[in-house]
Design a protein around this ligand. Structure first.
Ligand code: ADP
Ligand code: MG
Length: 238
């Protein structure tokens, strides 16, 4: 079971509380999109889930297990950022296999997993290229490939398409959705793009100042927004 539960999680930076007692649950295999204004705590929450940032209170659970103190590399979550810096001196294959190499996986297993991820992402012919010889969309696919090869239980995306042009964004949305249909990996996807949220999400979580304003399917939020904030947020153009 890879349900992810956020239970009364608090985050403080010094005297500043950015997340006060946040609770919600992501079901196994679900694609949950987090939206909310800049500074409301979306990236902080993802980093806490990934183990890149400590929580100040509450509990994070995977299944029934509390993972608060589990180090990032043992969490079995892969995070894809907006600024997916690829290693410039490594080929596509080396970029994708690097995390496995660090984990001392055998060479044959690394090659096999890289080839499989490359096939899924349409990178099969580009494995020997260097990042500088790739387009923006191809680079983004390599960044996703680095996450996929680890075969994670949970995918975390932090505005992964923000740096791409509009046309490519639409294409990548569809690719990420198709990937999810295929792999059914529990996913938390942060975006500030309402269209992205409405088209990609099984459920949307609308955050504001570290709190959940509403959680529901895109249709529920559209039909029955819980308050003016949600209505304004869902209804406004991106
Ligand atoms: P979002 O991703 O929703 O735009 P963030 O999670 O990045 O928001 O930030 C939430 C709040 O936490 C903001 O007020 C931000 O300034 C603050 N914050 C984020 N990281 C730090 C940090 N390392 N130190 C102090 N404050 C931080
Ligand atoms: Mg952010």
């Amino acid at each position: 079971m890879t349900d992810v539960t956020i239970r009364s999680v608090t985050k403080r930076y010094g005297a500043l509380t950015v997340i006060p007692q946040l609770s919600f649950k992501i079901e196994d295999g679900e694609f949950v999109v987090l939206v909310g204004p800049s500074g409301c705590g979306k990236s902080t929450l993802l980093r806490m889930l990934a183990g890149l940032e400590e929580i100040s209170g509450g509990d994070l659970l995977m299944g029934t297990e509390v993972i608060n103190d589990r180090p990032a590399k043992e969490r079995d979550m892969a995070i894809v950022f907006q600024n997916y810096a690829l290693y410039p001196h490594m080929t596509v294959a080396e970029n994708m296999g690097f995390a496995l190499k660090l984990r001392k996986r055998p060479r044959a297993e690394i090659n096999e997993r890289v080839d499989k991820a490359a096939a899924i992402l349409g990178l099969g012919k580009l494995l020997d290229r260097y990042p500088r010889a790739l387009s923006g969309g191809q680079r983004q696919r390599v960044a996703m490939g680095r996450a996929i090869v680890r075969d994670p239980q949970v995918f975390l995306f932090d505005e992964p398409l923000s740096n791409l042009d509009a046309k490519l964004r639409v294409q990548m949305r569809a690719e990420i959705k198709a990937l999810h249909q295929r792999l059914k990996i529990t996913t938390v996807y942060v975006t500030h793009d309402q269209i992205e949220a409405m088209t990609m999400a099984d459920k949307i979580v609308v955050m504001n100042e570290g709190r959940v304003e509403q959680m529901g399917t895109p249709l529920e939020l559209y039909d029955r927004p819980a308050n003016i904030f949600v209505a304004g947020f869902i209804g406004s153009p991106s």
